[in-house]
Design a protein around this ligand. Structure first.
Ligand code: FAD
Length: 322
């Protein structure tokens, strides 16, 4: 996947690490076990119950990469966290049985490759659980560190401390390089890959033949560049089809451009209580077709096949999220 205009920056390393000495640097000492109490309904294998409990914490997915001589090694890890901005620090938790654990030492550099929503196969590959092969990861070297091509974000860090972490080892890395592109992250929750909730497509999933009688009732509108087309919080009583030009749809944390043929407000128009969840502006001169809720309902009454197809689309969307 291409990432247009990636933000790329070298992290200033003016703040030398001045942390107190690492505690628990020994990998042999175990603290006294307190025992793990499981809540009601969590009978069975306590280790499994503990694992499932932790699985409720949703994370992204990374590939940790490093180089040992000419050998490039990668492994999938979701136990990654940001630690500090000044100095820039991150932490990864690696199973002591993993090959990666033997490759990381204080002073070694490692890459953190934050996977994009379409890279679940890559995650399985670097977790050693790929089925059927077909994944050929490609690497580029940055600061002598292999980075997986196509990831959503990349960091290069140097191990500055390592800590005992039970059956895992914790590696604290000072970040030397960081960049990110645009896209959606791959998520991991409850032992499964997940994606961020997508913008629901409802009317645009209908065939042209079924959509046309609905749009035929609409009225054309023109907007000048920069003009607001919709604002967050307004009632959502209209469906808009972009006929010409580009519009910017902005939700907190997310901004997308839509062009001719794309629909806006597909869910809100079906719900009389709904409010707009995005600000929409014309990027330049824009022409749209606006269909009100009343016009839409009239079209569905006159064309029951379109109404049935719509119910089927909504049922399949419900299945995706249930
Ligand atoms: P291996 O098991 O030897 O290698 C892993 C896989 O990567 C192998 O299939 C290998 O062929 C492939 N590979 C390695 N280098 C290359 C290369 N240069 N080119 C092509 N392929 C290569 N474990 C943790 O310790 N911490 C975690 O936070 C963690 N999170 C996980 C999250 C998820 C979503 C998943 C699925 C697994 C996670 N694991 C985690 C488990 C971990 O990924 C596996 O146990 C992994 O196999 C350990 O890797 P390893 O270093 O032992 O290397």
């Amino acid at each position: 996947m291409e990432h247009p205009g990636p933000e790329e920056f070298e992290v200033a390393i003016s703040h030398a690490i001045a942390a107190p000495e690492a505690f628990g640097a020994s990998f042999d000492e175990l603290p006294a076990s307190e025992g793990l109490e499981l809540g009601e309904g969590l009978a069975g294998d306590p280790a499994l119950a503990f694992r499932r409990t932790l699985g409720m914490f949703a994370t992204g997915v990374t590939i940790i990469t490093t180089r040992a001589g000419e050998q490039v090694h990668g492994m999938t890890a979701n136990a990654f966290m940001s630690v500090s901005l000044r100095p820039p620090l991150v932490l990864v938790s690696i199973d002591r049985r993993a090959r990666m654990c033997n490759l990381l030492h204080e002073g070694t550099r490692f890459g953190v490759n934050v996977l994009e929503a379409g890279q679940a196969a890559l995650s399985d590959h670097f977790a050693g659980r790929a089925r059927g092969g077909g994944v050929e990861p490609r690497f580029e070297l940055v600061r002598d560190t292999p980075l997986v091509e196509g990831a959503l974000a990349h960091l290069v860090a140097r191990v500055v401390r390592s800590y005992w972490g039970g059956d895992h080892s914790l590696f604290l890395g000072q970040v030397e390089y960081a960049r990110y592109g645009e896209g959606e992250p791959l998520l991991f929750h409850g032992g499964r890959y997940e994606r961020l909730g997508r913008d629901p497509r409802v009317f645009s999933a209908l065939s042209r033949e079924l959509l046309e009688p609905i749009l035929a009732l609409g009225e054309e509108r023109a907007y000048a560049g920069g003009e607001a087309i919709m604002r967050i919080g307004e009632p959502g009583g209209e469906l808009l089809l972009v006929l010409e030009g580009t519009v910017r749809v902005e939700r907190p944390g997310r901004s997308v451009l839509l062009g001719p043929g794309e629909l806006i407000g597909e869910i809100e128009v079906l719900d009389p209580e709904a409010r707009r969840i995005a600000d929409v502006h014309a990027e330049g001169p824009v022409r749209c077709l606006a269909v009100t809720r009343e016009q839409l309902l009239a079209a569905l009454r006159a064309h029951p096949r379109a109404a049935i197809a719509l119910v089927e689309v909504l049922a399949s969307r419900f299945r995706e999220t249930a």
